[in-house]
Design a protein around this ligand. Structure first.
Ligand code: PLP
Length: 343
């Protein structure tokens, strides 16, 4: 995939790093929030106010489970500074509409592409679409270095600032000082952080990066086999990818038509577990967690789509080394459980 002139910076915790208050690159000033609050559905989409440094959750689109641009537009206030779309499960959000909205309202767009490596929108890779994009290399992601991630930007000044601030605010890292071409002199330019990805993690990441297209093709193949396997089952809704988009297929999120089943989603999970199959739920929406309700007074009804869809979804196993036998086993198991639970 071609990323053009994008500058990619590895960092130990890209989301956290982008939101540190001390980081004085523009985004740091505007959006100093803990990265943990950037989860999709846990936080379907976010916008910030500068003074209070507060994020506001947005509801999702019922089909893609990505940020709903219409809901974003409704919730924007004159004090909103940025919008942060999360590419749910690896499918890019509608970036044209979001960029248009951001332009009209004078907002920055920061993509939370935690799940979207590699994914593309109208042929442009995620990471080369907006001013800033953050990816995660955490253990569960499509590319992993154990922990860490990367931020991409086309903005040179921003990249220079981020490069410096991720390592103590020092102008030149150890490689630039101690290698044969290096020079000993360095200056501390600002009060920086220790957010550099380690060399060991980077070495792992570079090898992983060489395999990313192959791993992505394997995930895509699993997804299409699942979709084919479940296509005729009316109690299930398979995930779809909108036109002009390529998904990273980080997750395969099936949805249950619960009104046609005699069992709940939890019972379904238990029955699949009894067949040796692990499934999960991605994610419990942020506004439904006790902390967020206590701290921000969120109510379930404020995000009707995320609240309703949350009851229905179930993530199936998906990983590049899945064998055809394992894929078939998943399909057969789901269909068998459904067969015994049809209304
Ligand atoms: C949407 C989203 N954003 C950000 C993060 C944080 O990523 P990391 O664990 O690499 O800090 C996560 C973690 O899973 C996430 O789901």
């Amino acid at each position: 995939m071609r990323y053009g002139l994008v500058i990619a910076l590895s960092t130990l915790n890209p989301c956290r790093y982008l939101h540190e208050p001390k980081t004085r690159f523009p985004v740091g000033r505007l959006f100093p929030l803990p990265g943990r609050e950037l989860h999709p559905l846990k936080a379907p989409g976010l916008s910030w106010r500068t003074e209070q440094r507060r994020e506001y959750l947005l509801d999702v689109d019922a089909v893609s489970l990505c940020i709903d641009p219409a809901d974003a537009e409704r919730r924007i206030t004159p004090r909103t500074r940025a919008i942060m779309p999360v590419h749910f499960a690896g499918q890019p959000c509608d970036m044209d509409i979001l960029h248009d909205l951001a332009k009209r309202c004078g907002l920055r767009v920061i993509e939370d592409a935690t799940y979207a490596l590699p994914a593309s929108y109208r042929g442009i890779p995620v990471g080369a679409i907006s001013e800033l994009t953050a990816f995660s290399f955490y253990a569960t992601k499509t590319l992993t270095t154990g922990e860490g991630g990367m931020v991409t930007t086309e903005n040179d000044a921003l990249a220079t600032r981020m490069r410096m601030m991720r390592l103590h605010g020092i102008g030149r890292d150890a490689w630039k000082r101690y290698s044969a071409e290096g020079y000993w002199y360095y200056e501390v330019m600002d009060s920086g952080y220790k957010y550099n990805l380690t060399d060991i993690q980077s070495a792992i990441g570079i090898v992983q990066l060489e395999k990313i297209d192959k791993m992505n093709a394997a995930r895509g193949e699993i997804a299409s086999r699942y979709t084919k396997g479940f296509a005729r089952e009316r109690t299930l809704e398979v995930p779809t990818v909108n036109a002009n988009r390529e998904s990273s297929w980080h997750l395969y999120v099936l949805r249950l038509n619960l009104e046609e089943l005699t069992i709940t989603r939890s019972e379904m999970i238990e029955r699949l577990k009894a067949r040796g199959m692990s499934t999960s739920v991605h994610f419990i929406p942020l506004h439904m967690h006790p902390y967020y309700q206590r701290a921000y007074g969120y109510q379930t009804e404020e995000f009707p789509v995320a609240s309703a869809q949350y009851q229905r979804y179930l993530s199936l196993p998906i990983f590049p080394k899945m064998t055809p036998m394992q894929i078939d086993y998943v399909i057969d198991s789901v269909l068998e459980v459904i067969e015994g639970a049809r209304l």
